[in-house]
Design a protein around this ligand. Structure first.
Ligand SMILES: [Fe+2]
Ligand SMILES: [Fe+2]
Length: 214
């Protein structure tokens, strides 16, 4: 039975959230209720950051779908199924803060890129998948940490700051957990892995630059 992720832990502590009058992690969505589209307006930097988060989490969901389309190893499939559920939660979270009209216009491309980032290494076996996830999540940890740094420096006067910060930090903690799980699984070594993970890390950086704009 996999350990609870940050969101699941947050959702398991509704009393604490209630007692403080604020969310102790990510606000739960009412069961069965359709989410109303976000109407929040943020400054240009936060909007760009959230757009890149939304693009990244869209890609992350597709990474694990790509893994599951190819991998047959039971352990790697469990790993991918569990992570896929968490990434879908992250996407739902970002949707709560980003207006639909502020999403990346390149979402179809991010979906394809994400799927390939999961499916291609899965052709080479579980250890290549773990190396890929370790590389992606190392990058995503830094990506979220930089945003939190910006929020701490520029948004503390905004009443929405604690809620947004908590949500993004909960995502970041899950990504760190994903990275550590991948590292603990014993990722592959060798020149092919080094080349591939360089491509993944560089591609992730370039994708963020682009997704922050369009
Ligand atoms: Fe994520
Ligand atoms: Fe992740």
């Amino acid at each position: 039975m996999p350990a609870m992720n940050t969101h699941e832990r947050a959702l398991a502590e509704p009393a604490a959230a209630h007692a403080t009058g604020s969310h102790s992690g990510l606000p739960p969505r009412s069961a069965g209720a359709p989410a109303s589209p976000c109407t929040e307006r943020w400054n240009r930097t936060v909007t760009a950051d959230l757009r890149s988060d939304h693009a990244g989490e869209t890609g992350a969901v597709q990474i694990y779908r790509g893994v599951l389309a190819v991998a047959r190893d039971p352990a790697v499939r469990r790993f991918a199924e569990h992570h896929l559920a968490t990434e879908q939660q992250h996407l739902d979270v970002i949707d709560r803060y980003l207006r639909p009209q502020d999403r990346s216009r390149l979402l179809p491309a991010w979906r394809v890129a994400g799927w390939l980032t999961g499916a291609l290494p899965a052709l080479f076996g579980p250890r290549m998948v773990y190396a890929t996830i370790a590389s992606v999540e190392t990058f995503v940890d830094t990506h979220y940490a930089e945003q939190l740094h910006y929020l701490d420096a520029h948004l503390q006067e905004d009443a929405r700051y604690p809620d947004l910060r908590r949500a993004l930090n909960a995502c970041r903690e899950d990504e760190v957990h994903h990275r550590d799980e991948a590292l603990a699984a014993g990722p592959a070594q060798g020149w092919l892995v080094r080349v591939w993970t360089w491509v993944v890390a560089t591609g992730s950086k370039q994708a963020v630059v682009l997704a922050r704009r369009v």
